[in-house]
Design a protein around this ligand. Structure first.
Ligand code: GLA
Length: 393
């Protein structure tokens, strides 16, 4: 949507004068390191150019009005600054409400109401973190409108708190971190235990990263996400009867193999195996990319998918069909699911001149087997959450 169209929408929806300020937060893809964040391991995500725009203006009373062009059927959602408790009937607006709530609770002075219009171009429920994108765009708009001095990592942690304590999804910190700290042309290797991170330039002259949406919708709250996390907590508790560790991310593969018998349930053992092996793969993948060894990086992506399929069991027929079809195409360096799984998106690294045949072939195989089509987007890695100033969008 064009800037002027968004401004016109804002004025006519809220029936006010003045010029709102404009903020943006991207979505994210994860190159490798899946279900490792809440296990104290590494992740390697990047912010993408799709994201959420928010036009916002202060009011001279205590009223908050939210509208999303993506959910027009819910209309304008209104509440007072003092009424920020979770409210199921507010649907998507709970994400910005939760962020305002925790920012205030942390002592940031948000003293008056606001009118906020959201517009996102991230496909909903596709595993590209549209919810973390709304949280982080709300964070930067509060920072901007109220002139707050807020450390970016603190804002990221408040976004995660919205998911965990307000919405009820026990997710890790990857999504908010990738979106809050994203950098154009770079992926971020993040140690989720210490929050130490490194940017890695993603320079691919002859290749592109393709995002493939299975178009199978999923929501984290309704998925098995929390169950997977609980199984990892159980595996860790079993290992802690003998080992002095704080998280599964501290274990090497060798240490895991030596002590895995301590994990009582076979399912929990498989989940922990994935967490440990995936963490090692992620660090190795980062090194391979630094060395310019794209082939080895792609191989690790493939192994990651296999482990998410076999041991973590979060892929499902849609993602498996896409990824297996991708592996069989010419010019594909690697492919895997990205995000939580259970539907959503996969990513593939492909030679530039094979993109058209890739799309046609993969879509044909997918739609014949699944009964509906996949969608394909070429990923561009953009900057993280920020205010958009004149002429930039
Ligand atoms: C979701 C969560 C993240 C992470 C991934 C899986 O995106 O929000 O914290 O756990 O799933 O890697």
């Amino acid at each position: 949507m064009k800037k002027q169209d968004l401004l016109n929408e804002f004025i006519s929806l809220f029936n006010i004068t003045g010029t709102p300020r404009v903020f943006f937060a991207p979505g994210r893809m994860n190159l490798i390191g899946e279900h490792t964040d809440y296990n104290g391991g590494h992740v390697f995500p990047a912010s993408i150019s799709f994201g959420t725009y928010a036009l916002a203006q202060k009011r001279d009373d205590q009223k908050l009005r939210f509208y999303s062009l993506n959910f027009p059927h819910t209309g304008t959602i209104e509440c007072g600054l003092a009424e920020l408790a979770y409210n199921e009937s507010h649907g998507w607006a709970n994400f910005p409400k939760g962020m305002i709530h925790y920012m205030r609770e942390s002592g940031f002075e948000i003293s008056c109401g606001m009118d906020i219009l959201f517009h996102g171009d991230i496909p909903n429920s596709a595993g590209l973190s549209s919810s973390a994108s709304i949280e982080m765009v709300t964070g930067v708009l509060l920072e901007g409108l109220f002139d707050l001095k807020i450390d970016r990592v603190k804002m990221i942690q408040l976004g995660q708190k919205v998911e965990n304590d307000y919405i009820g999804v026990n997710s890790g910190i990857m999504d908010q971190f990738a979106i809050g700290k994203g950098k154009k042309g770079h992926a971020i290797l993040l140690n989720c235990q210490t929050l130490a991170y490194n940017y890695a330039p993603i320079e691919m002259d002859n290749h592109v990263i393709m995002i493939i949406n299975t178009n199978k919708k999923r929501t984290l709250a309704g998925s098995k996400y929390n169950e997977r996390r609980a199984q990892c907590v159980q595996a860790l508790a079993d290992l802690q009867t003998t080992l002095q560790i704080m998280s599964l991310g501290e274990l090497t593969k060798e240490q895991f193999e030596q002590h895995k018998h301590l994990i009582k349930h076979e399912t929990a053992r498989k989940r922990a195996k994935h967490a440990v092996y995936e963490n090692e793969r992620t660090v190795k993948a980062f090194e391979k990319l630094q060395q310019g060894n794209l082939e080895a990086f792609g191989q690790l992506m493939n192994e990651s998918h296999e482990s998410l399929h076999q041991d973590y069991e979060v892929t499902g027929i849609e993602l498996d069909t896409i990824v297996q079809a991708a592996w069989n195409q010419k010019g594909v360096v690697g492919a895997r699911m990205t995000g939580a799984g259970f539907g959503g998106c996969a990513i593939a690294i492909i030679e530039k001149d094979k993109v058209d045949s890739f799309k046609n072939n993969v879509n044909k195989i997918y739609s014949e087997k699944i009964g509906y089509e996949a969608s394909f987007y070429t990923a561009t890695i953009g900057d993280g959450a920020r205010e958009l100033t004149e002429g930039v969008y």
